[in-house]
Design a protein around this ligand. Structure first.
Ligand code: SF4
Length: 407
């Protein structure tokens, strides 16, 4: 008997016949949508929020299967890329002062805005003797912190997908008090709303449809994306991460554009419910509260971050314990105001991550791409994580090119 995983792989990954049918449907609808309907002659832009979707699209060369008038652009869906640089500098300082800093592996080389001659990542700090430990999960950090009594801090990076573990460990009082939590959690719907509004306010080529993140929606529920068709008339599909999932989402979005009936569809029905996971949502709400939060390269977004509620914060909030001043909205904007445009906040000189995370530029538009910025030696934040668009393009972009050339 085939395992469940193998069945999914055969249906959603290795299914050439279904992929070909979907490409024909995509071509049919893309051919019907003319410039009169759109109001302009440029490509139909579809934004996906998530770095994992960018991985699927680039790794499997899906762009090479699409008609020329359909363009897929990556949105701000890389939680590591959007961590403000002052928190990296701060973590470096804590580690060099002897505090144990627990971090996910993909944040280890996340660069601040410092020059290469100075410690600009936790990896640099570790090389200088800093106390940096890589963990796979918050649970690993909790277990390790129980083996000692030293001051320690966990960098709580992530979108809604990481919240169940964070929430339950606090809720079940499993976290030792020597381990503090630096909440760098960011919420995805407010960032999507911000991005769409920015495109419209600045007259950028409009986004015509959205592929919403499937894994996030298993927690928050598909209905959380209803605001996109309702308030912005944008066809939206909550999609999974296999190539067939993405092709199905594109076909549905194009059909909705063609029919002039923007709506919300859940393609990832095998895991996503309209209301997500109510038990997990309740625990998260009991442990965390929403706050104004800074997104690197983007700016401040209302109610887009989470901090520990006071009953947990008294014992665990790293901001309070270490006397860390959180970024305030006016300060963040003022500090980085000299950059001027949106999409330029808080990034190293000449790096275009601000535009890349907003889908305004492609990694290949950056003059440093694969020159002075590579996965082995990242200059900007989008080149570090496997969910960063520059990293994905650096590793798999060649596949896309090969598939384009052999069509
Ligand atoms: Fe920034 Fe490097 Fe990407 Fe350029 S290639 S935008 S420097 S991360």
């Amino acid at each position: 008997m085939q395992s469940g995983l193998r069945v999914i792989e055969d249906a959603f990954r290795n299914n050439r016949e279904l992929a070909s049918s979907l490409v024909r449907i995509i071509e049919k609808y893309a051919g019907k949508i003319d410039k009169e309907q759109l109001g302009y002659s440029a490509p139909i832009k579809i934004m996906h929020f998530c770095g994992t979707h960018e991985w699927t699209i680039t790794h499997y060369g899906l762009r090479s299967l699409l008609p020329q008038n359909v363009e897929l652009v990556a949105g701000p869906g890389c939680p590591v890329c959007v961590v403000p640089s002052n928190y990296i500098d701060l973590s470096i300082k804590l580690s060099l002062e002897g505090c144990v800093v627990y971090t996910y592996g993909d944040a280890l080389r996340l660069p601040s805005t410092k020059p290469k001659s100075q410690a600009r990542s936790l990896l640099d700090a570790k090389a200088l003797g800093g106390e940096v430990k890589v963990v796979y999960s918050f649970l690993d950090a909790v277990r390790d912190a129980k083996t000692h009594s030293r001051d320690s801090v966990f960098l709580g990076i992530g979108f809604e997908t990481v919240l169940p573990m964070y929430g339950f460990l606090f809720h079940k009082k499993e976290v030792p008090t020597n381990l503090k939590f630096l909440s760098l959690v960011r919420l995805t719907p407010p960032a999507m709303k911000y991005t769409i509004k920015l495109y419209r306010e600045r007259g950028l080529l409009p986004i015509m449809g959205v592929i919403a993140p499937g894994h996030v929606s298993t927690v928050i529920g598909g209905e959380e994306w209803r605001f996109l068709p309702m308030n912005f008339n944008l066809p939206t599909v909550v999609a999974g991460f296999e190539p067939i999932d993405v092709l199905m989402a594109i076909a549905s979005i194009l059909k909705m554009i063609n029919d002039k009936k923007p709506d919300l569809e859940i393609e990832y029905k095998r895991l996503v419910k309209t209301d997500g996971n109510p038990q997990v949502r309740r625990v998260i709400e009991e442990v965390f509260q929403p706050v104004y939060a800074a997104w690197r390269g983007i700016g401040m977004i209302a109610r887009s971050g989470l901090k520990l509620r006071p009953e947990f914060g008294q014992a665990y909030d790293a901001f309070e314990y270490f006397g860390i001043k959180d970024v305030s909205p006016s300060e963040y904007v003022m500090t980085h105001a000299h950059f001027g445009d949106a999409g330029s906040y808080d990034i190293p000189p000449n790096c275009r991550c601000g535009e890349v995370v907003l889908g305004i530029s492609k990694p290949t538009d950056c003059p440093l791409f694969m020159k002075s910025c590579t996965p082995e030696s990242p200059w900007g934040p989008c080149m570090v994580s496997s969910e960063g668009t520059c990293n994905v393009w650096a590793k798999y972009g060649q596949m896309e090119k090969i598939k384009m050339e052999t069509r």
